[in-house]
Structures are given as structure tokens and as C-alpha cells.
Ligand binder design. Structure first.
Ligand code: NAD
Length: 263
């Protein structure tokens, strides 16, 4: 079994959804966590709840917008100041963006999705990798999506950003494997988080629950994913035991992306 005890790990987008669920599993193991989010109120709430519940874990929360390189450098520096090293980086923060046909997509909204989902991941790797190189050790997990391995209608910037994250993950693996740094990506399918609940509201504003049921029917497991399904995979990929998996984009989707014609 893998352990994250006393590992210094940065989680972006930690205030809710997949980031928060992962922080909870890691805190249970006694990890030292830097929680990053731009939602200050939710971030404070998350840190308070977790620190009251898990006394073996340590926490640092830093308010930052991951699309701003200066703010990214700040959370990296603060992590090193507090925990002396960075063992793991979980690049999870991301947005879905608006839904619209490719040719009709608002250009500013398009750029915003790219800035957060792609540049946010790049800035974090850019500033964390030199520290990991000095340690001759590091683990990076970037959050792509099933939209990083397939097309998703009406979500061009999201799909483009997630494919780019998968590509960047391969490059980091090639360039820094020799420095003891393993870089991988995950491709979640529909996992029940606030982001996905919002998507179901867009599909069927009057009855989002029925949209959720329809979606679940199409999955081989006949259910949507639970944030914990993702957290356990990320935990392994960020552990010391993950020492020969490098440059992969691993789907966590109940097998749905294997169905011909699946979304
Ligand atoms: P969510 O909206 O529930 O939570 C995202 C968190 O990230 C929020 O706390 C939000 O405040 C934070 N965040 C967003 N933009 C930020 C920014 N610029 N700077 C700092 N923090 C920011 O979303 P989620 O469902 O938990 O998704 C997390 C990641 O997983 C995203 O990258 C998303 O694309 C990816 N993903 C999710 C699913 C899913 O089914 N939930 C599927 C595939 C991929």
C-alpha cells in the first residue's frame, strides 16, 4: 500500500469538488497540504473543517488565481517556506467554460478557459519542477478529462485545454523522468461535483436529476463517479510507490470512454 504521511503536497482548486475530496483522503493519511483556491471563503472553510478533523496532517492555505503566474509563484514559495520541500503537485483547478458551437464561441471566454486550465497547470509545473529537480524527487498529477482524450460538442476551449494538458504531461515525463520526477494526468468522466451538477442544470434546467440519471445509464457501472474514486488514483500517482508510471493519462470514468459513440 502507498502512504502520503508527511509528504508535502500542493492541491489547487482545493476548496470544493475533486480537490477538496482529495485533500480529505490525503489529510486522513497525515500529509502536509498546501490548499490553493481563488474562492477565499470556501478555502478558509475547507482548511478549518480539515484541520479540526485530522490532527496528524498539517495545512497551509493560500488564496491564488492559478491563471496568474505571480500568484502561482507565491503559493510555491510559501509551500517551501512552510514545509521545506514539494513532494507532490496536484494541478486540479479548472473551469468548464460556456457551452457554444466552435465558430460562435466568445473569444474572451475561450481565452479564460485556456488561461486557467492550461496556463495554470503550466505555471505550477514551471515553478515546482526546479525545486523537485533539486530534491531529485517529485510527483505531478495534472487533471485532464475524458475531454482530453475525446471531443465534446460545444466545449471547444475545454476540450482543447485538456488535450493540451495531456500533451504537456507527456513532455514533462520525457524531460524530467531522469530527475526522479514522475508526471501523469488523469481523465475523469462525470464525477458528481458542483461543476457537474451545474452541467446537468444546463442540460435540463427543470429537472437536473433526470439528466443525471440518463447520463448514469450510459456508464458501464450504471452510476456517476464519486470524488473518492478519483482521490484514490491521485493518491497512488502522488506517492513514492508510483516510481515507474510516467507520462500517462489515465481515465477514471467507469469505462465509459471505451464505448463506441460514447460522450
Ligand atoms: P468544481 O467546480 O467543483 O471545483 C473546482 C475548484 O477549483 C473550485 O473550488 C474553484 O473555486 C477552483 N478554481 C477554479 N478556477 C480557479 C482558478 N483560476 N484559481 C484557483 N482556483 C480555481 O470542479 P471539479 O468538478 O472538482 O473539477 C476539478 C477539476 O477536475 C477541473 O480541472 C475539471 O476540469 C476536472 N474534471 C472534472 C470532472 C467532473 O466530472 N467533476 C470531469 C473531468 C475533469
Amino acid at each position: 500500500m502507498f502512504s502520503l504521511k508527511e509528504k508535502s503536497i500542493i492541491i489547487t482548486g482545493a476548496a470544493m469538488g475533486l480537490g477538496y475530496a482529495t485533500a480529505e483522503i490525503f489529510a486522513e493519511q497525515g500529509a502536509y497540504l498546501t490548499l490553493v483556491d481563488y474562492n477565499e471563503e470556501k478555502l478558509k472553510e475547507a482548511e478549518k473543517t480539515l484541520s479540526e478533523k485530522y490532527s496528524d496532517a498539517k495545512f497551509l492555505s493560500v488564496v491564488a488565481d492559478v491563471s496568474d503566474e505571480k500568484q502561482v509563484k507565491n503559493y510555491i514559495d510559501k509551500t517551501v517556506e512552510k514545509f521545506s520541500r514539494i513532494d507532490g503537485l496536484y494541478n486540479n483547478a479548472g473551469i468548464e467554460g460556456e457551452t457554444s458551437l466552435l465558430a460562435e464561441y466568445n473569444v474572451e471566454s475561450f481565452k479564460k478557459v485556456i488561461d486557467i486550465n492550461l496556463m495554470g497547470v503550466y505555471y505550477a509545473m514551471r515553478h515546482a519542477i526546479p525545486i523537485m529537480k533539486k530534491q531529485n524527487y517529485g510527483r505531478i498529477v495534472n487533471v485532464a478529462s475524458v475531454a482530453g482524450i475525446r471531443g465534446v460538442k460545444n466545449e471547444t476551449p475545454y476540450t482543447a485545454s485538456k488535450h493540451a494538458v495531456a500533451g504537456m504531461t507527456k513532455n514533462a515525463a520525457l524531460e524530467y523522468g531522469q530527475d526522479g520526477i514522475m508526471t501523469n494526468a488523469i481523465a475523469p468522466g462525470a464525477i458528481l461535483t458542483p461543476m457537474v451538477e451545474e452541467a446537468f442544470k444546463k442540460i435540463n434546467p427543470d429537472d437536473p436529476k433526470s439528466a443525471e440519471k440518463e447520463y448514469a445509464k450510459a456508464n458501464p457501472t450504471l452510476r456517476l463517479g464519486d470524488p473518492k474514486d478519483v482521490a484514490y488514483l491521485v493518491g497512488f500517482l502522488l506517492s513514492e510507490e508510483c516510481s515507474y508510471v510516467n507520462g500517462q493519462t489515465i481515465a477514471v470514468d467507469g469505462g465509459q470512454s471505451n464505448i463506441y459513440g460514447a460522450v
